[in-house]
Write a protein that binds this ligand. Structure first.
Ligand code: C2E
Ligand code: MG
Ligand code: MG
Ligand code: MG
Length: 292
């Protein structure tokens, strides 16, 4: 009942309401078509990896990038992950798709290093299903070997939802990955339900502050307080902290003032195809050559 929901929300002293859409907002027919298409998307070369730069807030230097998958659908055009990742999760297709993203991103990062660009890390999202699939750590090791990328240049992004399933299993997988030298970050930090206690037990390198908090820095003091608190938490735990979804100068100056390490957002660049990302790297190199 919408009225009661509204009433409860007001009761909690909030005045901004959000409407959560179901994970897939499509009809059964469309879903079936998507699911069929998704099954063949990889072999038909329809998946594309976009890259979004992660930038040092103090210096403006590109420190790395996040690999974000897109589906170039023959009829629908570019389909965003929000529209097919939930379906890929449900059907298990996320495992081969995620595996392909991992390999593509590592190969691309190594190619940029070989081309002479300063070494950066590439962050790859791991879904819960992928995390729980057997042989993940072996697969990561294999991909690093095959592509020749050093493990320190790969970061794996997990969400708090992973931690909810089986803590002991999660800890053992994370420890193996970390022992291999790959970095681990918690994505969308602050939106999950896990306890802060796990931060102590997990070998984590980075916290990524969810964009919902960043978006409202300037208009909602509660969100601003959450952002500041996560930054302090990360500093005290000696973790790197990254703000996601930075779109305005106002947000950037707040983050700079509170000494957030890195930012990712449309303000600097949207996720772009590899060729365009390379242009960003080239422009950056020219700038450095000019000033030195
Ligand atoms: P995420 O990992 O939290 O990625 C950040 C999302 O925020 C991306 O959406 C990015 O395009 C978007 N974003 C970045 N800066 C801004 C900004 O300034 N404003 C706004 N409004 N949005 C911004 P995208 O690419 O649509 O991906 C959505 C989600 O899909 C990702 O969230 C991630 O959870 C999932 N995803 C994407 N690629 C993969 C993948 O290869 N594997 C898995 N398992 N999940 C993926
Ligand atoms: Mg991510
Ligand atoms: Mg995120
Ligand atoms: Mg997300």
């Amino acid at each position: 009942n919408a009225d009661t929901a509204m009433y409860r929300a007001k009761d909690q002293g909030r005045n901004n309401y959000r409407f959560y859409a179901p994970t897939m907002n499509v009809s059964g027919m469309e879903r079936l078509e998507l699911e069929n298409g998704l099954r063949y998307a990889l072999e038909r070369n329809e998946m594309v990896v976009y890259y979004q730069p992660r930038v040092n807030i103090g210096t403006g230097q590109i420190m790395g990038m996040e690999a974000l998958v897109r589906w170039q659908h023959p009829e629908l055009g570019l389909v965003s992950p929000g529209q097919f990742i939930p379906l890929a999760e449900e059907t298990g297709l996320i495992v081969p798709i995620g595996d392909w993203v991992l390999e593509t991103a590592c190969r691309q990062n190594k190619a940029w290093q070989d081309a002479g660009y300063p070494p950066m890390h590439v962050a790859v999202n791991l879904s819960a299903r992928q995390f729980q699939s057997p042989g993940l750590t072996e697969r990561v090791r294999e991909v690093l070997e095959e592509t020749g990328l050093e493990s320190q240049y790969l970061e794996l992004e997990i969400t708090e939802s992973i931690t909810m399933h089986d803590i002991d299993f999660t800890i053992s997988v994370l420890r193996e990955l970390s022992a291999m030298g790959t970095l681990i970050s918690i994505d969308d930090f602050g939106t999950g339900y896990s306890s802060l206690n796990y931060l102590k037990h997990f070998p984590i390198n980075t916290l990524k502050i969810d964009q919902s908090f960043v978006r409202e820095i300037a208009i909602d003091p509660y969100n601003a307080a959450i952002v500041t608190t996560v930054i302090y938490l990360a500093q005290n735990l000696k973790l790197k902290v990254i703000a996601e979804g930075v779109e305005t100068e106002e947000q950037l100056s707040y983050l700079r003032e509170h000494q957030c390490d890195e930012m990712q957002g449309y303000l600097f660049s949207r996720p772009v195809p590899a060729e365009e990302f390379e242009k960003l790297l080239k422009a950056r190199q020219l700038q450095i050559e000019k000033t030195s």
